[in-house]
Design a binder for this molecule. Structure first.
Ligand SMILES: [Zn+2]
Length: 530
C-alpha cells in the first residue's frame, strides 16, 4: 500500500512538473488566432496617392485583402458605397486629407531570431513583424542561414514554420550559402523550383563561420544565375578583418567598441565589393546584390561596376544613411557597443555620399540589417570588442528615419521614397505588382503617412524587443499614422491590432528584373572560336 501511494505521488509530481514546463513555455508565446476578414470594404479618400512613378489625389478601395479600385480625385466614389450597401457589406471610410497614401514598406534585409555569435537576436518573427507594422513596413525578407549539419532545405522549412506560427506581416526568405560542394547546386535548384526562393547570400566575411572563398563565390554565382536567382554578398574581406582585429587588440591594446570600426575600415569593404563584382561578371554578368553598402568607397565600386554595364544593385541601410561613426567614440562602453554592426557605421562624409548615391540611383533600395541584441547580450563583448554581438535595430523606424533624412530634407521626392523603401525591392525580388504598388489587384499593404507630423523615437515607446534604440531621442518628420496589412487596419491611433500567424509566406519567383536581356547579352558576348 505504502509503495502504491509513493508511486501515485511521484506520478502526480511528474505530471504536474511536465504541465508546469509546458505552461511556462506557452506563457511567453503569442496566441495563435486564425484571421478571418470581416466583410468590410475600406475606402481611403482625400489623400495624395504616391507610387514609385506617380503622385495624384485619389481614392483607394480595399476589399478582401486586395486593392479593388483606384479612383482619381475627379471621380466620385458614391457608386461604390451604394454597391457595398447592396451587398450588405460595411464600409469604413478613412480620411487621408493632407497625407500620403503609399505602398507599405518592404524591408529586404532583416534577421529575426538569428543564431549568431553565441546568442540569438531578440526580435523574433512575432516581435519583429509587429514592430515593422507599427512603423509602416508591411513585408520583410529574412535570411535563412543553416547551422553546421543543417541542410538548406531544413533551415527554409524551419523558417517557414516560425513565420507560419508567429509572423504578423508577410515575409519571404533569402538563403545563406555557407560553402559550396557537389550537393549545393542541387539544393539551390530545388529551393528555387519548389520553395519560393530566388536569392542566395554569400558571406565574404565571418571567417570560420559563414565565410566563403573566391572559388565558392564563382560556383555559387554561376549556379544562382543559371536558375534565375540573385546572388547577394556581405562584402568585407574577412581575412583582412581578422588581421585588423588582431592588430588592434594585440598591438594597440584596444579592447573597447572603438576597436570595431577601426579594425575593418572602408577599403576592406570596397575591396570585397570590387572582387564580388568582377567574379559575378566573369561568370557571365551574374546579377549581384550588395547588401549594406556602408561607405563612400564601397559605393564607388558599385558605381564603377554599373558604369561598366555590370548587373549590380546596392543596398544602403537606415543606419548608414542616418548615423555616423562618432557613436563609437563618445559615451559609456554600453553607449558605444550598441552601435556595433558589420560593416560598421562610417563617417559623416560617407553618410552624405550614400544619400547622394541613393538620390542618383547609384544605390537602389534601402533595408535595415535589423538584428537586435539587448544590453545584456552586448555585454558578451566586455573586454574584447570582437565578441560584441553585431547588429542594430531599424525595422520599426526605417520609414520615419528615411522620410525625415531623404524627403523632409528635399533630397528625394515622395515617389523616390516609395521606390527605395518598397517598389524596387518588390521588382528586384519579382513580387511586383503584388507588392510595392497601388494598383487594382495588388495586395492591400498600404500606409498613410503624415509628412508634416513629427515624433520622437524612443525605446520607451517602440515595439522592438530590446531595451534601447540606436535612434533614441531623435525627432523625425514624417509619421506613419495608419498601416494596412492584407486589407486589415493593423496600426492606427498609436495602437497595434495584429495577430500572430496572420502573415503569409510570399514565394519569390526566379528570373526577375535583373535578368532582363541577360541571355541575349551572353550570346552577343560569347567567346570567339576561330
Ligand atoms: Zn545582415
Amino acid at each position: 500500500m505504502q509503495g502504491r501511494t509513493t508511486f501515485l505521488l511521484i506520478t502526480t509530481l511528474i505530471i504536474s512538473l511536465f504541465l508546469c514546463v509546458v505552461l511556462a513555455q506557452h506563457q511567453d508565446e503569442p496566441q495563435l488566432v486564425t484571421i478571418r476578414y470581416a466583410p468590410i470594404t475600406i475606402v481611403i479618400h482625400g489623400g495624395t496617392i504616391v507610387t514609385h512613378d506617380l503622385e495624384f489625389k485619389g481614392t483607394v478601395v480595399i476589399k478582401d485583402g486586395k486593392i479593388v479600385n483606384v479612383l482619381h480625385d475627379d471621380q466620385s466614389y458614391d457608386h461604390i458605397l451604394k454597391q457595398e450597401e447592396k451587398e450588405d457589406r460595411q464600409v469604413r471610410l478613412i480620411d487621408a486629407s493632407n497625407r500620403y497614401v503609399m505602398p507599405g514598406g518592404i524591408d529586404p534585409h532583416v534577421h529575426l531570431a538569428l543564431k549568431f555569435m553565441g546568442t540569438i537576436s531578440k526580435d523574433d518573427f512575432y516581435h519583429g513583424t509587429r514592430a515593422a507594422l507599427a512603423g509602416g513596413t508591411t513585408m520583410i525578407m529574412d535570411f535563412a542561414i543553416p547551422a553546421k549539419g543543417e541542410t538548406y532545405l531544413d533551415i527554409v522549412n524551419e523558417y517557414k514554420r516560425r513565420g507560419e506560427k508567429l509572423a504578423c506581416a508577410d515575409y519571404s526568405f533569402h538563403v545563406g550559402i555557407t560553402g559550396f560542394n557537389e550537393n549545393t547546386a542541387q539544393q539551390m535548384k530545388e529551393l528555387v523550383e519548389n520553395h519560393g526562393i530566388n536569392s542566395f547570400k554569400f558571406f565574404m566575411a565571418y571567417k570560420g563561420v559563414f565565410q566563403v572563398n573566391d572559388e565558392e563565390l564563382y560556383n555559387g554565382f554561376k549556379t544562382a544565375m543559371s536558375i534565375g536567382a540573385i546572388s547577394q554578398v556581405h562584402a568585407e574581406n574577412g581575412d583582412l578583418v581578422v588581421k585588423g582585429q588582431t592588430r588592434l587588440f594585440n598591438e594597440f591594446n584596444i579592447t573597447g567598441p572603438e576597436g570595431h570600426p577601426q579594425s575593418r575600415p572602408s577599403n576592406v569593404e570596397a575591396e570585397a565589393v570590387r572582387r564580388a563584382s568582377e567574379i559575378a561578371y566573369s561568370v557571365g554578368n551574374a546579377p549581384l546584390y550588395i547588401v549594406h553598402v556602408m561607405s563612400k568607397e564601397a559605393m564607388e565600386e558599385v558605381a564603377h561596376a554599373k558604369a561598366k554595364g555590370y548587373r549590380i544593385v546596392g543596398e544602403p541601410i537606415a543606419a548608414g544613411l542616418s548615423l555616423d561613426d562618432s557613436v563609437y567614440y563618445k559615451g559609456s562602453w554600453m553607449d558605444r557597443a550598441r552601435f556595433v554592426m558589420s560593416p560598421p557605421i562610417r563617417g559623416i562624409e560617407d553618410q552624405k555620399a550614400l544619400i547622394a548615391g541613393l538620390k542618383n540611383r547609384i544605390l537602389d533600395l534601402t533595408g535595415t540589417d535589423h538584428c537586435t541584441f539587448d544590453s545584456e547580450q552586448k555585454k558578451m563583448g566586455l573586454g574584447d570588442f570582437r565578441k560584441i554581438p553585431n547588429g542594430v535595430n531599424g525595422l520599426e523606424d526605417r520609414m520615419s528615419v528615411l522620410f525625415d533624412k531623404l524627403v523632409a530634407s528635399g533630397e528625394l521626392s515622395p515617389s523616390d521614397f516609395v521606390r527605395v523603401t518598397s517598389t524596387e525591392a518588390a521588382q528586384i525580388f519579382n513580387i511586383y505588382p503584388q507588392k510595392g504598388a497601388i494598383q487594382v489587384g495588388s495586395d492591400a499593404d498600404i500606409i498613410i503617412l503624415n509628412p508634416n507630423a513629427t515624433r520622437i523615437i524612443s525605446a520607451k515607446t517602440h515595439h522592438q524587443n530590446i531595451d534601447y534604440n540606436v535612434y533614441e531621442g531623435r525627432q523625425v518628420t514624417g509619421v506613419v499614422e495608419v498601416t494596412i496589412s492584407n486589407g486589415k487596419v493593423v496600426w492606427e491611433n498609436g495602437q497595434l491590432n495584429v495577430e500572430a500567424g496572420s502573415g503569409r509566406f510570399i514565394p519569390n519567383k526566379p528570373f526577375g528584373k535583373m535578368f532582363r536581356g541577360l541571355q541575349r547579352e551572353q550570346e552577343t558576348k560569347a567567346p570567339i572560336k576561330v
